[in-house]
Design a protein around this ligand. Structure first.
Ligand code: HEC
Ligand code: HEC
Length: 462
């Protein structure tokens, strides 16, 4: 188990709801997007849609990429490994007859696995095998990458840092559907429970304590996010105009996994305290699944005020009110509690980190993704990711920030191990609300075998 195993939950927050548009359009397929512009300025949405699909970005000097190259409209605006592989194979086939054949998905800036290849990219295996993009993030000043050859056992003197100030992690392309409800949630955080000690002057809570965009919520607005995407993925060389960022945000706020999710987003944006339930009509089995979901999953994914919006039942207690959690999805996984070990294609993305604590001592950790730790420098944030929204989840496999669960079945297997892990970490009288509503009896997390079909049926209906 990692040295930070005890710090199970990282959680943070702030900011008001930034949900704007009230229009709802179920957009499936590039040519078929039907805009329904009753309430927001239609021209901004239309311009945003054009910008989203525009690989030329005239005047900005990009690399031929559009947002839609990765957020594929016909794929719920995300990217599956199957699509990445099919495009790669098609590109190779075209290259066989035309050496200039091109697909802007494959740009070395983030599609090649190894930055040392520079512009001569030749390894797209994380993209083609895992559907993951390379994301480069700065290291906080108290965090160093360690050369594993010098560090067979964690030793503050022997283990030598590599002189890098940034690190590459590999992350799944998130669906843009429902971004109107995935940003900051306005729910007062209860984590961290006690004030944290800043390390080397870094804000110990990091940005966006009440949620944001990206797997680690490092962006607080869709505009900030779009600017980051244009710089990092499309390699624009001129500052993107603010109006274009507003248009992109306006367009994305019209994208929902179902019209009912759009109606919920509208209600949240209007400041209403009454929320429509976005669930479609449920069968008896799905209704039973919803009861299981509300018991086992809604403590993180649900509740009316949470943008996950997976349930709108006002009566559901959401005692955790923590937006960020480490649910042990990064690699390697704990060897205990029945976690599925990471396959080599994912395990190879792990790096060895040295984290300096406030008292000057060091901790070492090996992980494929430090999550919010890269924003705060706090060991308690190791692996902490933003809670994902689950609407339309049946159409966006594989799952988790590293696409490590191929199916919803595997997601449930993972949670089975995770809940066991939580129980094994805490003394019986002090169980966290993830698994226990009263601190002593495990009555939340675990899914009984006979409950599984019902929960799966409900998840597939979201
Ligand atoms: C090279 C592929 C790629 C391109 C091009 C791209 N994105 Fe993304 N997008 C990603 C990845 C990967 C993530 C998750 C990154 C992370 O968590 O660090 C993401 C995350 C997002 C999110 C966050 C969703 C959420 O719920 O938090 C939004 C919104 C988004 N992208 C919009 C855009 C827009 C707008 C553009 C074009 C300006 C764009 N993206 C271009 C790969 C891409
Ligand atoms: C302790 C809080 C917590 C609990 C409890 C929890 N989740 Fe999650 N869930 C998360 C976090 C955090 C993520 C993002 C993790 C990542 O990307 O690696 C996530 C991600 C997911 C995803 C992947 C979404 C995607 O787009 O890839 C699914 C599916 C999911 N959870 C379903 C469930 C189900 C079903 C349950 C109940 C059995 C549940 N969760 C219980 C915190 C939780």
């Amino acid at each position: 188990m990692s040295v930070f195993g005890r710090h199970l939950m990282g959680a943070l927050f702030v900011a008001a709801l930034s949900v704007g548009g009230r229009i709802s359009s179920s957009a499936q397929g590039l040519g078929e997007i039907k805009l329904n512009c009753q309430n927001t300025p239609c021209d901004s949405v239309a311009r945003g849609r054009a910008a989203f699909n525009d690989g030329k970005l005239q005047g900005l000097g990009g690399n031929g990429r559009s947002c839609a190259d990765c957020h594929v409209p016909s794929e719920s605006f995300q990217l599956s490994p199957a699509v990445a592989r099919a495009r790669f194979e098609a590109l190779l086939a075209r290259r066989a007859v035309n050496k200039n054949a091109d697909d802007p998905l494959f740009r070395p800036i983030d599609a090649d696995d190894f930055r040392e290849h520079g512009d001569r990219a030749n390894d797209y295996s994380n993209l083609v095998e895992n559907g993951l993009m390379r994301v480069t993030l700065p290291l906080p000043p108290n965090v160093r990458l360690i050369n594993p050859a010098t560090c067979r056992t964690p030793d503050p003197i022997a283990c030598r840092p590599i002189g890098e100030t940034s690190v590459d992690v590999w992350r799944a392309v998130m669906p843009v559907n429902n971004v109107a409800i995935t940003g900051p949630d306005g729910v007062p955080p209860i984590w961290p429970p006690a004030p944290r000690v800043a390390i080397m002057g870094i804000d110990p809570n990091g940005p966006n304590r009440q949620g944001g965009y990206q797997h680690d919520a490092r962006f607080g607005t869709l505009q900030e996010q779009a600017r980051g995407a244009l710089l990092a993925h499309a390699q624009v060389t001129f500052e993107p105009p603010a109006g274009m960022l507003d248009d992109l945000a306006a367009f994305q706020r019209t994208l929902f996994s179902s019209p009912a999710a759009g109606v919920l987003a509208g209600a949240i944006a209007s400041g209403s305290t009454m929320f429509p339930d976005p669930d479609p009509e449920l069968t008896e089995l799905e209704r039973r699944g919803k009861v299981v979901f509300n018991r086992s999953c809604a403590q993180c994914h649900g509740g009316v005020l949470h943008p996950s919006g997976s349930t709108s039942d006002a009566g559901i207690p959401r005692p955790i009110r923590a937006r960020y959690h480490n649910i042990q999805t990064a690699c390697p996984r704990p060897a205990s509690d029945g976690f599925a070990p990471c396959p080599p294609r994912l395990a190879r993305n792990a790096r060895l980190y040295r984290v300096m604590l406030a008292d000057g001592s060091y901790q070492f950790v090996t992980t494929s993704d430090p999550g919010r730790l890269l924003l705060t420098g706090q060991p308690a944030d190791l692996g902490a990711m933003d809670v994902t929204q689950l609407r339309g989840i049946s159409r966006t496999a594989p799952y988790f920030h590293n696409n490590s669960a191929a199916t919803l079945e595997q997601v449930l297997d993972h949670y089975d191990a995770f809940f066991r892990f939580v129980v094994s970490q805490f003394a019986p009288a002090n169980l966290p609300a993830i698994v226990s509503s009263n601190g002593t009896v495990v009555d939340r997390g675990f899914i009984a075998p006979e409950e599984r079909p019902a929960l799966l049926a409900y998840l597939n209906k979201l």
